[in-house]
Design a protein around this ligand. Structure first.
Ligand code: URP
Ligand code: ZN
Ligand code: ZN
Length: 470
């Protein structure tokens, strides 16, 4: 077991900042203390000292929404647990929560075991699982109890993708009743799938088949309506609700109203909904827009949705930023939909860039420094039952630590990124700030622009119930 002393940095927690040294002993943070103070009678004798003067020392990022190797859209997401968690580490994320997939006819417990096998021995950073449930029947409902005991304490339901993932309102209601009883958190893909399916069929029949029409056939009303319906279903049952990948300002309004009325409704947005748009990205010439086909879709900049996402993060109507990392290459994957946008696999790859992209929010004056840490690390850790070990720099926490240089620069490109994807949704973005050093459970896994981690270092996290609810 080695020890590390991080000296002279500015510690940034969700609660504020201070100048302090951090002593890491083995896998945990042993002490946080004023620089120059001796511990006991002696300065600590350590294996390694890292000078963090002029830099931020933050808890490692927690990305609570990723899809490594996800079978979707007739193919599989192009990052494996190995490549995706390595890329996450490069970008200062030290924990992911990925999704076990249960499609109609599949046994959720068997699927959970499959996902455990896929991830075992592959991950560079710690990982947990949510479970996607599409079939809701007596056996999948009782599987939810078993999964909670295994540390899968959150379940995602879909109001879209008929015939693949969609559950009807009655099924969702039953899932929520179960969550009310066993303490799990319900995550919701809130889009009105029936309406979208009709609009898509009509668009394709008219010959409007380009990626831009992906956005036009998933209008904000379909998101706002489904968000409202999910909130009402949760209210009938008393279950807590977490809306994933929010992109429409009208959906944020629904969430804000529910929260003002005292409901346990939470939500995340993603970097793509803060920076990218229907017009510039989905509307790029030719088939280029396929790079940005994801659901919910990118929204119109003319309608100011992006501004409202930042506002929601400031007002705490949105509490978390996750990536919804679900990468597909252009070659052989996105191009499945060259003649029909509805066949383009849905998803964007960002797991490597979330910390940098959100730090840009600090630079732009959209969020404060502690809020950056709160939405990227502390709240996802609390929301999904990992806080204390993850999401905070304090004695006893896992030594998942990022040393972040605010004077550094990060240029994003497919030429230099570490995700297994042949393009970047963020090509050419140049952001202030740079991930210098990353520790995962006390081990330095990224330093001086080199990767020192190892597949299999990452451990499965048996999560507790959401610490927002207990
Ligand atoms: O387009 C997306 N979001 N792909 C991943 C699956 C999901 O709905 O989260
Ligand atoms: Zn979704
Ligand atoms: Zn997703």
């Amino acid at each position: 077991m080695s020890s590390t002393l991080i000296t002279g940095g500015t510690i940034v927690n969700a609660t504020g900042t201070c100048t302090a040294d951090v002593l890491v002993d083995g896998e945990r943070i042993a002490a946080v203390f004023a620089p120059g103070t001796s511990l006991g009678n002696h300065p600590p004798v350590v294996d390694r000292t890292i000078d963090a003067t002029g830099k931020y020392v933050i808890p490692g990022g927690v990305d609570a929404h990723t899809h490594m190797e996800m079978p979707f859209g007739g193919t599989n997401a192009s990052d494996t647990f190995e490549t995706g968690t390595r890329a996450a580490a490069w970008g200062g994320t030290t924990t992911i929560v990925d999704f076990v997939v249960q499609k109609a006819g599949e046994n959720p417990l068997v699927q959970y075991e499959r996902w455990q096998e896929k991830a075992a021995g592959k991950c560079a950073i710690d990982y947990g699982f949510h479970q996607i449930l599409s079939d809701v029947d007596d056996s999948s409902l009782s599987a939810m109890d078993e999964l909670v005991r295994e540390g899968v304490t959150s379940f995602k339901f879909f109001m879209a993708y008929k015939g693949v993932f969609l559950s009807d309102d009655g099924q969702i209601l039953r899932g929520m009743q179960k969550a009310r009883d066993n303490g799990a958190l319900i995550m919701m893909h809130a889009e009105n799938g029936s309406v979208i399916d009709v609009l898509v069929q009509q668009s394709v029949a008219r010959g409007d088949t380009s990626p831009y029409h992906h956005g036009l056939t998933r209008p904000w009303q379909a998101e706002a309506e489904a968000t409202h319906r999910a909130i009402m279903l949760a209210d009938i049952t008393g279950a807590p609700l977490y809306i994933v990948h929010v992109s429409a300002k009208q959906a944020v309004e629904q969430i804000a109203m529910a929260r003002d009325n005292g409901r346990n409704v939470f939500a995340e947005t993603c970097p793509q909904y803060l920076y990218l748009s229907l017009e510039e990205h989905l509307g790029a010439p030719g088939f280029e827009g396929a790079k940005w086909v994801c659901s919910t879709p990118l929204r119109s900049r003319a309608e100011h949705h992006q501004q409202h996402m930042w506002q929601g993060l400031r007002t705490n109507d949105l509490q978390v930023v996750s990536t919804d990392h679900c990468p597909f290459c252009m070659r052989g994957q996105k191009e499945l939909g060259r003649d029909d946008f509805s066949k383009i696999p849905n998803g964007i790859g960002s797991v490597e860039h979330r910390m940098d992209l959100l730090y840009q929010g600090v630079v732009l004056g959209e969020i404060s420094l502690p809020r950056w840490v709160e939405i990227c690390s502390t709240t996802p850790a609390r929301m999904f039952g990992m806080y204390g070990r993850k999401g905070v720099i304090q004695p006893g926490a896992d030594a998942d630590i990022v040393i972040y240089d605010p004077k550094g620069k990060t240029r994003i490109s497919a030429e230099t990124h570490h995700m297994n994807i042949d393009h970047s949704a963020w090509e050419g973005f140049e952001v202030d700030g740079h991930v210098d050093t990353v520790l995962s459970r006390g081990r330095v896994i990224v330093d001086e622009n080199s990767f020192h981690g190892q597949a299999g270092h990452g451990e499965y996290l048996k999560r507790s119930l959401s610490q927002y609810l207990i």
